[in-house]
Structures are given as C-alpha cells and as structure tokens.
Design a protein around this ligand. Structure first.
Ligand SMILES: Nc1ncnc2c1ncn2[C@@H]1O[C@H](COP(=O)(O)OP(=O)(O)OP(=O)(O)O)[C@@H](O)[C@H]1O
Ligand SMILES: [Mg+2]
Length: 368
C-alpha cells in the first residue's frame, strides 16, 4: 500500500519536473527570441519581458519585472529618452488601444509593435516588437524614387512652359532688330537677346542638375579625379581654415564613370562638409578626409568631415529633393548626387553623429 502511494508521488514528481522542464524550455526560447516581447497584466503590472525587448527599452529585466508603469518611470538608471519611449508605447498601445505602433531606436533601426489583448489573453496585454528596418528602407527608397520622378516631371513642365515664350520673344526681337537699328537702338536688341539666352541657360542648368542624364561612362583613375575636385574647393577650404586631405594610397584603381557627373557628386559632398565645418565655429580646426578602398567589384570613396554632424531627422530626409537646413540651400545637392550614383549602378551611404562629424561612402563599379 505504502509503495503504491510512493509510486504515485514519484510519478507526479516526475510529471511536475518534466512539465517544469518544458516550461523552462519555452520560457528560454521566448527570452532569447529575436523579436521583443513584453507582457502587462490587467492591473498594468509588467509580468514578462524578454532580452530583445529589454534591450530595445534600454532597461535591465530584473529591475523592471513586476513593476507598474509608474514604478518603471521612477527608475533612476533608465535614461529620459528610454522613459519617454516606454511612456509613448504604453500610451499608444494600452491606453489608446492601437493594434500597431512604430518606433525607431537610437541606432536608427525601426521597430513595429503589435499588441494582442482581449478574451484569449485573459486580461493581459502582450506586446511584440519586430525589427522592420529593411522593409522600411525599401519603402523609403521607393518613396524617394517617386519623389525624384515627380521632380523630373515638374522640371520638364516648367522648362516647357518657360522656354516656349522665351523662344517666341527671341524670334520677335530678331524680327524687330532692323527697325530698332534704324532708331539707333541696336544696343537694346543686343541686351535683350543676351538676357534671353542667359535665362535659357539658367533653365538648362537647373534641368541638367535636377535630372541627370544617362551617364557616359569611361574608365578613369579615381585618385586624379578626386585631386581635381579637391583643387576646386581648396580656396574655399582655406578661407574656412579647413584642411582637405586626400589619401593617395590606391593610385592604380580605375572606376567606370561619367567624369563630369561624379565630379559634381564629390563637389556636392565636399561643399556640404565645408558648410558643416563652418557651422561649428571659428576656433574649430576643420578636417575633410578622402580615402579610396577597393571592395570586390567596387571602389569605395570615403568622404568624412569633423563638422557639426546630423540629427536623426536630418539623416532620414537628407536625400529628399528640396530638403535643406541651410538658409540659402536649395536642398538639391544630395538628391541629385543620389540619382547620379544610382544611375551608375552604385550606392551612397552615410553615417553621422551630432557634434562629431559625418562620413559618406560612395560605392562605384570598378573598371576592369
Ligand atoms: N557633411 C554634412 N554634415 C552635416 N549635415 C549635412 C552634411 N551633408 C548634408 N547635410 C545636411 O543635409 C542637407 C541636405 O543637403 P543637400 O546638399 O541636399 O542640400 P543643401 O546643401 O542644403 O543645399 P544645396 O546643396 O542645394 O546648396 C543639408 O541642408 C544639411 O542639413
Ligand atoms: Mg549641398
């Protein structure tokens, strides 16, 4: 009889242990999932948080487990930025009951938060966060291309609308020329024609710069190309007390590019760097570095500066046409550069931090 009871006990202990093992196993999986998970109970108390979610919220799991929102927000080791983030998530999802909420972390990665609640959750609120940065990047590139296409269309229609009357005016002035000559006013004709031509040139220049034509690529050595652009900007750099250093290590590398267009891109980037350095203040010793690196079938051109750097908002919009933070900027420099590099089958990327500086990397096809 006793042994029967003992057997039953051993049996239930084994069942308990194996249930515990399974529970631990699943908890372990949840804890280390690459998506973030957090669970609040019906009283607003945090009952579970996994490693990824704690990382996203910048919190230590043990210190916030079992805490209410107010207790979490009182924690001194949590930064203000992260407290604001937690409060926003709580408000949007639990308070306003929105099923989805999007946020970006300090590394510029995008996260999509999905909330599950209702009958099946027994009063709990389950929030899961998924890294959607890549998806977002594809979305942004598509948006960027749409905007550039729109800009191309607007430019073409402006050109059409302005060029046509200009051509008509030019034609009539030429017809009037003999009469004006008789009146001794040929000088006026000359000036009118010259000004019409100037206006036409301005339109052409704008069109060419906002809508780069298909690149006429040739193989050119990259270092001499960079040297020429540096030469063009040296006097401006000197005025700003800034040094431009070109690392000439990769002398033998050739790239397959449209020289005029790539010079325009490098010039845009150096000018932006000079502006960013100029904004730091007079006593700052500015430095712009140009380096060339060979990467498989590409050649990477690194252009870095120790200027004022960019905040997150600027970083997400800097390739948008007409986006500028400068009083006299057009905001076309980088959007045109982006299009030129794309037309070459290359890429342009940027890394920047406020107060430290910025680095652009242009990757272009290597000439065989
Ligand atoms: N190296 C850099 N450092 C800091 N901010 C930069 C840098 N390069 C670009 N930016 C930011 O990106 C914005 C867009 O640059 P972009 O070259 O497209 O236009 P812009 O320089 O403002 O005007 P434009 O080039 O037409 O004169 C700038 O206004 C600036 O805020
Ligand atoms: Mg610019």
């Amino acid at each position: 009889m006793l042994s029967e009871i003992q057997e039953t006990r051993v049996g239930s202990l084994q069942t308990f242990q194996s249930t515990q093992l399974v529970k631990d196993k699943y908890e372990n999986i949840l804890e280390h999932l690459d998506s973030g998970i957090i669970l609040f109970n019906r009283h607003g108390m945090l009952t579970f948080i996994n490693v990824q979610m704690a990382r996203l919220l910048g919190a230590s799991r043990s210190s916030i487990m079992g805490c209410s929102l107010t207790q979490i927000l009182r924690q001194s080791q949590l930064s203000r930025f992260n407290k604001r983030k937690i409060l926003r998530i709580y408000k949007e999802t639990i308070f306003y009951r929105k099923r989805h909420h999007e946020l970006s972390d300090e590394n510029g990665r995008y996260w999509l938060l999905t909330v599950t609640y209702g009958d099946q959750m027994d009063g709990d609120f389950l929030l899961s966060a998924k890294d959607v940065s890549e998806h977002k990047q594809i979305e942004q590139t598509a948006y960027q291309n749409d905007k550039l296409a729109m800009l191309g269309k607007i430019s073409a229609s402006i050109a059409h609308e302005i060029r046509n009357p200009l051509t008509a005016i030019r034609g009539f002035i030429q017809l009037l020329r003999p009469h004006l000559l008789q009146l001794g006013k040929d000088e006026y004709t000359r000036i009118i024609l010259m000004e019409i031509d100037r206006a036409n040139d301005i339109i052409c220049e704008f069109l060419n710069s906002s809508k780069p034509s298909a690149p006429q690529t040739i193989s050119v050595p990259v270092i001499p190309l960079l040297k020429e652009v540096v030469l063009l900007t040296e006097s401006e750099a000197l005025l700003k007390g800034c040094q431009i250093v070109l690392d000439e290590g990769q002398l033998s590398l050739n790239i397959l590019v449209d020289v005029k267009q790539i010079k325009q891109v490098i010039l845009n980037l150096i000018k932006n760097a000079l502006d960013a350095i100029g904004d730091v203040g007079h006593y700052h010793v500015g430095m712009i570095k140009l380096e060339v690196k060979e990467e498989r079938n590409n050649v990477d051109i690194h252009i870095s500066d120790n200027g004022k750097g960019m905040d997150h908002n600027t970083l997400t919009r800097l390739f948008d046409p007409f986006f500028t933070t400068k009083l006299s900027g057009t905001g076309l420099g980088l959007s045109v550069s982006y299009r030129i590099i794309k037309n070459h089958g290359g890429t342009i990327s940027v890394d920047s931090s406020v107060g430290e500086g910025t680095k652009f990397v242009i990757s272009l096809p290597k000439a065989k």
